[in-house]
Design a protein around this ligand. Structure first.
Ligand code: NAD
Length: 260
């Protein structure tokens, strides 16, 4: 299905994990892509892999730290210079921080999580939305988490920033739907990406696989999700077909957030 031909999508955190999976899904559907990440090496490997599989797509990469306002303006300007428009934004770059209780949490890490997960998502909307307003069209998918709709033990800054992403999504949906811009968020549960692998290492450094199996037991599906399963949902939310879904925080977690 080539439903993204002639569309330009910006993907942040595109070098691996969910960002890379979405990049592949959209490339398959014909999109032109701006791939943004601060990991230069992995970003260039990601681009090479996608270009090998989809040689006809126009793909640019921008090395940028999304927590730096000037860098965000930079990747938006670069996208306009290269493609002339921005149809979609997959606002995905984020970090988990550490596992520690509120009183034990290291403040520098706390602030870093805020700068990347909250400010990075905000700066992207701030600089992308004016172009979408001019076009009278746009699709934004912000990446929250199930930690954006409920608490997660020992991850206060992560949960705080992901709730903020949910809140900003609802506001953007209210403010810009009149301009043809739909804004939604996804709230993934545990999806097998490098970030989640790292989290299981922190939970059980001796045996991360045991931590993973233990976690999966609580999920109704008895397994973790796959990046490709998230990418298909994101592709819908970024498409023309997503014309009357706006301001939603969509859990992609096998149903786990319904249990308590
Ligand atoms: P990941 O660590 O596997 O990949 C994240 C990518 O973002 C990396 O390539 C990294 O270099 C990049 N990145 C991080 N900080 C950046 C910055 N400041 N500037 C530019 N690039 C930066 O993580 P993932 O699991 O793919 O997670 C992607 C998003 O999904 C995050 O926002 C995360 O919070 C969210 N999420 C993931 C899960 C999951 O289970 N994997 C669950 C809920 C939410």
């Amino acid at each position: 299905m080539k439903n993204f031909e002639n569309k330009t999508i910006i993907i942040t955190g595109a070098a691996m994990g969910l960002g890379l999976a979405v990049a592949k899904e959209l490339a398959m559907r014909g999109a032109n892509l701006t791939l943004v990440d601060y990991n230069q090496q992995s970003l260039s490997e990601a681009k090479d892999e996608i270009s090998r599989d989809f040689p006809d797509n126009k793909i640019i990469t921008v090395v940028a730290d999304v927590s730096q306002e000037a860098a965000v303006k930079g990747y938006v300007d670069e996208t306009i210079n290269q493609f002339g428009r921005i149809d979609g934004l997959y606002n995905n770059a984020g970090i988990e921080g550490k596992q520690a209780s509120i009183t034990e949490y290291d403040l520098d890490t706390f602030k870093k999580v805020i700068d990347i997960n909250l400010m990075g998502v905000y700066y992207a909307m701030r600089y992308v939305i004016p172009y979408m307003q001019n076009q009278k069209y746009g699709r934004i998918v912000n990446v929250a988490s199930v930690g954006g709709i409920r608490g997660v033990l020992n991850q206060t800054p992560y949960v705080a920033t992901k709730h903020a992403v949910s809140g900003m999504t609802k506001n953007a949906a209210l403010e810009y739907a009149k301009d043809g811009i739909n804004t939604n968020a996804i709230a993934p549960g545990a999806i097998l990406t490098p970030m989640v692998a790292e989290a299981f290492k922190q939970v059980n450094p001796e045996d991360p696989k045991a931590a993973e199996s233990e976690y999966a037991k609580a999920n109704p599906t008895k397994r973790l999700g796959l990046p490709e399963e998230v990418a298909k949902v994101v592709a819908f939310l970024l498409s023309d077909e997503c014309s009357y879904v706006n301001g939603q925080i969509l859990a992609i977690d096998g149903g786990q957030s319904n249990s308590y």
